[in-house]
Design a protein. Structure first.
Length: 131
């Protein structure tokens, strides 16, 4: 019998990327949820992609939850911390946003990204909570 199951999560991830390019962010997030069920070892990557899709859809709470799950599995990528900061800004949670941007700054090695993160952190600092 043909073994399809190992390829299915990668196929779902590819479909999610297509849906995201089409602007179907919620559909992309749902496909990634299916990939997580089939491939728990890929949770960090799938949750990161899911969080990015939910962030683009401005579903702040769900994006923050997915991004935190990604960071629970792998806390190293600064880009996930940056996205979490953006989600927390969308949730109007200034302190959480600043903490996430600080975590990103602690991990980033690129000068342009560092400047961008500092600007985002400053926006978060000036933002009032839950306005």
């Amino acid at each position: 019998a043909l073994e399809i199951r190992p390829a299915l999560p990668a196929y779902l991830e590819d479909l999610a990327r297509v849906e995201e390019k089409r602007g179907n962010f919620i559909e992309a997030a749902q496909l990634l949820e299916q990939a997580i069920v089939l491939d728990p070892e890929g949770t960090a990557r799938y949750r990161r992609l899911q969080g990015s899709s939910l962030l683009a859809a401005q579903h702040w709470d769900e994006a923050a939850k997915a991004l935190r799950a990604s960071l629970d599995a792998d806390p190293k990528p600064w880009e996930v911390w940056r996205d979490l900061g953006a989600a927390e800004m969308g949730r109007r949670r200034r302190e959480e946003a600043m903490q996430a941007f600080n975590q990103a700054l602690d991990r980033v090695k690129d000068d342009k990204a560092t400047q961008m993160l500092r600007r985002e952190r400053e926006k978060a600092r000036r933002m009032s909570d839950r306005a």
